[in-house]
Design a protein around this ligand. Structure first.
Ligand SMILES: [Zn+2]
Length: 492
């Protein structure tokens, strides 16, 4: 089944297929590493993760390139304020970014490209633009893109840019449509700023040229898909198109995917509103990384996501249902045979799940048949109508679900442990939820020892002590489950 995906450029839902043969070539704008990522950033990275995992599920391998912007106005300003070289400044935020991606189980792109490692490619592209009459140098030594040389400017964002002033310039990397002007490709060195000595003068690249140069370096002049947050559509992606197509005269990316903004409690997220959250903020409040992942991917990418704590709790409960059910199947033993109705339900659920994802990555619709199947299977187990072949069929559906959603297998302890450790090291001890602190204070070995002590106490008919241990653990978020195969525990 092919993936049908909305294409910002055509304005319609188009089939996405690799045109130059496999793998599918895709570029997604990465982070500017000047601070910790917030959940709005991570929604975009997670939806791109859903895209690449869905393509893989459908049998389409990808060659996915992501940039790291490790030099820009904000980085230079913040590094100067901290009195350290920009590389020292960006290194720790880059490390934090990848740690956060790991916490959220976002797969790594095949290629990660750092801007500062590709300066010669950017310079070469600016030279080609100059040769084509699309770039010019100003008196201070900076280079600008000549907007008037690219009449198609605005074709992606469909903005009416007719009021543009010819020859007026903007040297900021981010600006509104009203100030669409000739934009900076190369910024001449200013005293004290990081700069490179190159054939087009001493300076540093503008933000937009980075993505054009690195996308074409790894994917060629024309490639299958370009993705990013909707806030990048203008001016960043328009500028990427203008810079690239002015030189190649070929379509830069054939398909454009934009992930919509996230709201928090119905309002735009902002530090001054007090509704601004990094991933780490949420982990420290005691929410699991898997729940954050599920909450951020369950609303399809083309819809605005209204992030709420109720939504996080809903995601937490959904994961609990998935994991409890999965454990019920894997730990249970079922008689030989098959329940014909359940076998059908499993096939239908799998087909509906794949169809929903193939239909413009409709994650909300993709979830529904999985939970329907769990309900039907639980009923069958309760009625003794569940057999070994049903277990095999349904576990296969769950495995397929987890190839994209990736929340059933429990990897939650490590992100939480890391976040708590980070908080202790960065003076944010007070932000760690008390129950989390208590929970973290118990190592796996300590819990095993308590569970063993409880088993012994029960054997010795010391039920008071056994109950006491169970309650103590429960207070710290550890749940004990007695089954015929022995005692299991898990962190809630
Ligand atoms: Zn970009």
């Amino acid at each position: 089944m092919p993936l049908r995906l909305f294409n910002t450029l055509s304005g319609t839902i188009d089939e996405l297929s690799p045109q130059g043969g496999q793998p599918l070539s895709m570029y997604a704008c990465g982070p500017t590493v000047y601070d910790y990522g917030h959940i709005g950033n991570f929604r975009t990275f997670l939806q791109v993760d859903v895209l690449r995992r869905t393509l893989n599920l459908l049998g389409v391998p990808v060659r996915h390139v992501m940039n790291i912007t490790d030099v820009d106005d904000k980085i230079i300003r913040n590094a100067a304020a901290a009195g350290i070289p920009i590389h020292d400044y960006t290194a720790r935020f880059e490390e934090a970014f990848f740690e956060d991606l790991d916490s959220l189980r976002v797969e790594r792109p095949e290629i990660i490209a750092r801007a500062t490692k590709h300066i010669p490619k950017m310079v070469a592209l600016i030279q080609k633009l100059a040769a084509a009459g699309a770039a010019y140098q100003t008196e201070d030594g900076s280079w600008y893109f000549r907007l008037a040389s690219f009449p198609e400017y605005g074709k992606l964002s469909k903005k009416d840019l007719s009021g543009m002033e010819d020859g007026a310039r903007v040297d900021l990397d981010e600006y509104e449509k009203d100030s669409a002007r000739d934009f900076a490709l190369w910024k001449a060195a200013k005293p004290g700023e990081t700069s490179w000595d190159t054939a087009i003068g001493r300076g540093r690249p503008g933000w937009h040229i980075e993505c054009s140069a690195m996308a074409m370096e790894y994917l060629g002049e024309s490639f299958d898909l370009h993705a990013g947050g909707e806030d990048l559509m203008f001016p960043h992606h328009e500028n990427e198109i203008a810079q690239s197509e002015s030189v190649t005269h070929k379509p830069f990316a054939r398909h454009w995917m934009h992930v919509r903004f996230l709201l928090v409690d119905g309002r735009k997220m902002s530090k001054s509103e007090g509704n601004f959250f990094t991933l780490r903020d949420l982990l420290l409040k005691g929410y699991k990384a898997s729940a954050i992942r599920l909450a951020l991917i369950s609303v399809p990418y083309r819809h605005q996501l209204n992030f709420t704590f109720d939504g996080l709790i809903e995601a937490t409960n959904a994961i609990e249902r998935l994991r409890t059910f999965h454990q019920r199947l894997t730990s249970g033993t079922f008689a030989e045979g098959a329940n014909a109705a359940l076998q059908d339900s499993a096939k239908t659920a799998q087909a509906e799940y794949v169809a929903a994802l193939s239909n413009d990555l409709n994650t909300a619709e993709a979830r529904a048949p999985i939970f329907d199947l769990i309900r039907a299977a639980n009923t069958a187990i309760d009625q003794g109508q569940f057999f070994s072949a049903d277990k095999t069929a349904i576990l296969a559906v769950l495995a397929s679900f987890d190839r994209v959603f990736d929340v059933i297998a429990d990897h939650d302890a490590e992100p939480t442990r890391r976040a708590v450790e980070w908080a202790e090291q960065s003076g944010r001890h007070a932000d760690v939820a008390p129950e989390l602190r208590a929970r973290q204070s118990l190592t796996d070995e300590a819990i095993d020892a308590l569970v063993a002590e409880r088993t012994l106490a029960k054997k010795q008919r010391n039920f008071a002590r056994a109950d006491q241990i169970r309650n103590e653990l429960a207070e710290k978020g550890i749940v004990i489950e007695d089954s015929k195969d022995g005692v299991r525990w898990k962190r809630k």
